[in-house]
Design a protein around this ligand. Structure first.
Ligand code: ZN
Length: 315
């Protein structure tokens, strides 16, 4: 980025109430989900992956999708997205008045089978079946590509496999994709290779990046995306979430840590960092376990510490 040009506005999409809570074994009460979203809307977050319209039998944590959508505060300029697996889900999402539908297909055939219990071809056929419903209700669709940077079963994922999923999305009229680092296998070189290939082949497609911090380099991957001009990132409050294939591993990159990085790097988000950190602390409190987010524990970089509180001679 050249110093003369103004730093772009970065969209931070909060996925904690979907991706984060979905990893929790115990049902999170609907009021808690709504409280998190409303608190983050007040803090200036403008984009949410709010819930999922998958079958409640398959994912009981998301069984309250309709109630969550009915209870969250609506505010102009705030986009509430619902995950949609098929035509049935699209009908429910439209009835719940989502602002955007998100579909998801894995770049890896094995992960697609394991996660969705269907082949990539069948999952893409479902997308082509439901996109006309979204269009009928004038609801835009974002296409997520899961395991875009690596697969826990197949290892390296060929860039071509990612491009093939996006080509199918493109044919269904989708112009907004999110590359999911489902199990935290992205590294800056893999991000650069994949994003550059998409930018070259699909210049009319808006790219969002969805990183997990499974191996501790989630924000380094964000930096790689920023260098390539990517302006949308998905993260979860407090770093909620996990990885089903790595017990104990951290989840999504953390929203307040991401916002801290973006602001310190001169980007605009429209988000009040301290207000987001306060929401993270309250989620940590009622969940009753430490969350991975760092900023909520440390506070601002130029926070003035009291000299008398310094412990001496401890190395
Ligand atoms: Zn995820």
């Amino acid at each position: 980025m050249n110093a003369q040009t103004q730093a772009p506005h970065i969209i931070v999409t909060e996925v904690g109430t979907r991706d984060g809570f979905q990893a929790e074994p115990d049902f999170i009460p609907t009021e808690r989900k709504v409280e998190v979203i409303n608190g983050l809307i007040d803090a200036g977050v403008q984009s949410f992956e709010t819930t999922s319209f998958v079958s409640p039998r398959a994912v009981p944590q998301m069984a309250d999708a309709m109630q969550v959508m009915a209870q969250v505060r609506r505010k102009p300029g705030v986009r509430l997205t619902g995950l949609v697996p098929n035509a049935r889900g699209a009908e429910r999402a439209a009835a719940a008045r989502v602002d955007m539908m998100a579909c998801f297909v894995s770049a890896s055939e094995t992960h697609c089978q394991a996660n969705l219990n269907k082949s990539k071809a069948d999952a893409l056929a479902d997308v082509h079946e439901f996109t006309p419903i979204a269009r009928q209700f004038n609801i835009p669709v974002r296409g997520a590509v899961a395991t875009a940077f690596g697969c826990p079963f197949e290892g390296e994922v060929a860039t071509q496999s990612v491009l093939d999923v996006i080509a199918s999305y493109h044919a269904a009229g989708i112009r907004h994709v999110s590359l999911g680092d489902t199990t935290g296998m992205a590294t800056p070189p893999v991000v650069r290779r994949t994003v550059k290939a998409i930018q070259q082949q699909f210049p009319d497609v808006l790219i969002a990046l969805h990183f997990h911090n499974t191996r501790g380099i989630g924000l380094a991957n964000v930096m790689a995306g920023l260098d390539l001009g990517v302006v949308e990132y998905e993260s979860s409050i407090g770093g909620l979430g996990g990885c089903p294939f790595a017990p104990g591993a951290t989840g999504n990159i953390c929203t307040e840590d991401l916002v801290y990085l973006l602001h310190e790097s001169g980007f605009h988000t429209g988000i009040d960092l301290e207000a987001v950190a306060a929401v993270a602390r309250s989620v940590q409190d009622w969940m009753g376990k430490p969350l991975p987010g760092q900023y909520m524990k440390s506070g601002p970089r130029l926070k003035q510490s009291d000299l008398s509180s310094v412990r001496r001679a401890v190395g």
